[in-house]
Design a protein around this ligand. Structure first.
Ligand SMILES: [Zn+2]
Length: 245
């Protein structure tokens, strides 16, 4: 994996305007990992995918994550400041698709982890319960009870819950949450951290800023967009300062 140039990032941003989250994630990674096939990237578990996106985010915008949340109890707007290391729950690795097995009472279960292909498959199901049911059916590879294969539909609900918990345990990076405490009212809550939407909103804000910079410099100097984007941010800023004064 390598970092992305300003021009590449801008092109991805433009392409991803109307794309779903999973598609943006794969586009970012396929651009940063030209040596890895799209097939391989879409079969990464969501945790493996997100670990790579965290690294790409760090290379693009640095290791500090800053965001704003509104306290659900008192409405105070809080500024959150995290280091990417705090969000990294698993090491970065691209391994082949793994099969996991465990036993629970009379059941022997084998499953694989949800990946981007599963996200594509469930995208059309708007009801979370149905989407989760289809996701589980895709990821549970085999259930044997008393020596007989059991159809997915006959799996007891408590066994399903254990399988979901096992999936979360072996792929912790797929489900990152942060503990938040309100400085105004001391209310505490836990919020999911989604690197794909977080990174994308940053890319969006960055793109608007960079396009304004291109506009200012192209107007002042008649340089082409590609020339301006190829400059380091520092050099671009120095020219912007000169235009402003
Ligand atoms: Zn509060």
């Amino acid at each position: 994996m390598r970092s992305l140039s300003a021009l590449e990032l801008l092109n991805i941003w433009e392409w991803g305007h109307n794309q779903p989250s999973w598609s943006r994630a794969i586009k970012l990674l396929s651009s940063a990992c030209p040596e890895t096939s799209i097939d391989m990237l879409t079969q990464l578990s969501l945790g493996q995918r997100d670990a790579m996106l965290l690294t790409l985010r760090e290379w693009t915008f640095g290791s500090q994550l800053v965001s704003q949340v509104t306290c659900p109890s008192c409405g105070e707007v809080l500024e959150l400041d995290f280091d990417i290391a705090e969000m990294r729950l698993a090491s970065l690795s691209i391994e082949s698709v793994e099969k996991y097995r465990f036993e629970l009472a009379d059941y022997q279960v084998s499953f694989r982890l949800p990946n981007s292909l599963d996200m594509i498959a469930i995208a059309e199901y708007k009801q979370p319960e149905i989407a989760q049911e289809i996701l589980l059916e895709r990821c549970i590879l085999e259930v044997v009870c008393d020596g007989k294969y059991l159809p997915f539909q006959q799996l007891p609900s408590h066994t399903r819950d254990v399988i979901i918990a096992q999936m979360a345990q072996v792929d912790p990076q797929a489900n990152v949450s942060i503990d938040i405490s309100c400085s105004a009212c001391n209310h505490q809550w836990r919020s999911l951290f989604d690197i794909v939407s977080f990174f994308w909103s940053e890319i969006n804000a960055w793109a608007f800023r960079v396009l304004r910079e291109v506009h200012t410099l192209a107007t002042a100097y008649s340089w082409r967009e590609a020339e301006i984007l190829a400059m380091s941010p520092r050099r671009r800023q120095l020219y912007l300062d000169m235009v402003a004064h």
